[in-house]
Design a protein around this ligand. Sequence first.
Ligand SMILES: NC(=O)c1ccc[n+]([C@@H]2O[C@H](COP(=O)([O-])OP(=O)(O)OC[C@H]3O[C@@H](n4cnc5c(N)ncnc54)[C@H](O)[C@@H]3O)[C@@H](O)[C@H]2O)c1
Length: 327
Amino acid sequence: MILKKNILKTAIIGFGHIGKIHFENISQNESLKLVALVDTNDIVVEDNSVSIFSTISECHTNFPDIDLYIIASPNGLHYDQAKEILDLSKNVLVEKPITLYKDQTEKLINLAKKNNVRLFTSLQLRFSDLINHVKNLIEKNFLGEIFLIRVECFWNRNNAYYENSLWRGTKSLDGGVLFTQFSHFIDVLHYLLGKLELITNLATNFTHKKVIEFNDSGIIEFKSDKTLGNMFYTISTFEKNFDSSITLIAEKGTIKIGGQYMDQLVFHNVADFPAENIALNKESLHTLMYTEIVQSLKNSKPSRIDAENAINTIDFIEKAIKLEKNV
Ligand SMILES: NC(=O)c1ccc[n+]([C@@H]2O[C@H](COP(=O)([O-])OP(=O)(O)OC[C@H]3O[C@@H](n4cnc5c(N)ncnc54)[C@H](O)[C@@H]3O)[C@@H](O)[C@H]2O)c1
C-alpha cells in the first residue's frame, strides 16, 4: 500500500513514559500529525487539538482515517491491540517487544500482509551510527572472521520501579528483563550476526525476589556460525545503571561500544579503517526511525524495523526464558 498523502494522521495507544517520547517525535516530524491518544488511565495533554479516548474502537469510530497507530502500552497487551488495529486494515508501529511469543509475532505479520498494511516495531538501535558502522565493517569484510562477541548489560532497577507499576515485574504483562530492559541489545546482536543459536542461560534473582515474578540476572551463551558469544545481564547493579556494551574480537580488528545505551565508542582498532573515518550523525534515533517509517509508508519501501526483523530476537528470548537454568 502506498500512502499518497503529505501528512499522515497518527494515534498513540498508551501515553506513559515512551508514549510521551513518541508524542514529541511525531510533533517534530512535518509529515506526521497526532490526532488522538488512547489510554485507560486519565491523561492530560496541553495540546487541545489532540483527542483522548480509552479504547481503540472509540478512537477508530471518531477517526476512521488514521494512517498509523503507535502501540506504547505494556508488553503483554501488544498482541491483542496490534491484532485489533491490523483487523481494521491500519498500519501500526508496536513498541518493543512486539509480542512475548514468536508465534504471535508471526500471526501479526501474516495478518498485516493479508490486509495489505505495514507492521513496524521500535528497534531504534538499528539507527545508531556506531552500530551501523560495525554492521558495515562486517558486511564489507573489514573484520575478517569474528571470533568472540561479548555483551554486558549492567543496569539498575530498584524495588520502587516495580512497586509503582501495575504491569512491571509480572510474567504476563512484562515478560522479564530480557524483553523489557535488554531486548535492544539482543536485537543488535541479530542485526549484526543474523540468527543466533542459543546455548545456555544461567539465571538467578539477586535482589528482586519480593517484587518480580522472574529472575533479575543471568549469563547467556550463544554462537553464530564460528563466532562464540556471551551476554552478562542484570538489573541489580548497585544504585544506578552502569553500562551496556558490546565487544567484538575479530581476525582484523577489535571494537568496543559502551555507554548506557551502547552510544559511545570505547575502543576501535581495525586494520583498514581508522576510527577518525567513522561518520557520526546528530539526529536522535527516534527522529531517524520516524523518517524511515514515513518514507516506507509513502514509497512502499522495506524498512529495517519491519516486524519480520524482530522474529529471531523474540524467538531467542522466548527460548532463553524456557531454557533458564536457575542457579
Ligand atoms: N523503545 C524503547 O526504547 C522503549 C523504552 C521504554 C519502554 N518501551 C516499551 O514501551 C511500552 C510502554 O512502556 P512505558 O515505559 O511507557 O510504560 P508506562 O507504564 O510508563 O506506560 C504505559 C501506558 O499504557 C497505558 N495503558 C495500560 N493499559 C492500556 C490499555 N489497555 N490501552 C491503552 N493504554 C493502556 C498506561 O495507562 C500507561 O499510560 C512497553 O512495551 C515497553 O517495553 C520501549
